[in-house]
Design a protein around this ligand. Structure first.
Ligand code: GDP
Length: 197
């Protein structure tokens, strides 16, 4: 799969607006500021790719990107956990993402971005529990690994990895840094495995 071929396809404000549910896609989830856009830009070697997801009016949408000329897709899910997200926005988010997660047959895996300094928030645990129940492959990506020294970064990774593996064999973790370009081949390989399995 050619990751540098990624192209913006379309946005969806709700489940019914998603593109046809055919082929395979991997979705990216995480709380706002987790480093999701940076990670998507890094793995596609396109520094502007996820900018589209951040333009006003698009932050609450599901944004679809095609790979390899349309055969595969990456999906940028709306960031969760704005400090002052109001109740309606939260309900909307849960409804739309919940429906997408529950219904989408072409969804083959979820990449869950977590700042390595603040892993496993309440939202992250919700997503993980869902992946366990749905038997959905999930890759926890510990972003901004450059922000910690090697020792503390490794021990956080080992702790998260152990917790995930104790829950289900289809959950795994890795470290990642967009700044240092660390963990890029590992993440690309994991996504390829889910898309082509
Ligand atoms: P998003 O809201 O999850 O899409 O997060 P962004 O990708 O916009 O990143 C949020 C902030 O974290 C920005 O200020 C980024 O520059 C910073 N950031 C993202 N990835 C890294 C990284 O690997 N290392 C460091 N040091 N900062 C990062």
């Amino acid at each position: 799969i050619k990751y540098d071929s990624a192209e913006f396809m379309t946005s969806a404000a709700k489940y019914s607006q998603c593109p046809a549910d055919i082929g395979s896609e991997v979705a990216f989830a995480g709380r706002s500021n987790a480093g999701k856009s940076s990670a998507m830009n890094t793995i596609t070697r396109n520094s502007k790719l996820a900018r589209i997801s951040k333009t006003p009016g698009r932050t609450q949408l599901l944004n679809f990107f095609t790979l390899s000329g349309g055969e595969y897709r990456l999906v940028d899910l709306p960031g969760y956990g704005f400090a002052k997200v109001n109740k309606n926005m939260k309900a909307d988010w849960e409804e739309n993402i919940g429906e997408y997660m529950a219904e989408r047959l072409s969804l083959k895996g979820v990449v869950l971005l977590m700042d390595i300094r603040h892993p496993l928030t309440e939202f992250d645990r919700m997503m993980i529990d869902w992946a366990v129940t749905a038997e959905m492959p999930l890759r926890a990506v510990l972003t901004k690994s450059d922000k910690l020294k090697k020792g503390p970064a490794k021990s956080t990774y080992l702790k998260v990895q152990a917790e995930l593996q104790s829950k289900a064999p289809w959950l795994s973790a890795q470290m990642f840094s967009s700044l240092k370009k660390e963990g890029v081949p590992e993440l690309n390989q994991w996504i390829t495995e889910q898309l082509t399995d």
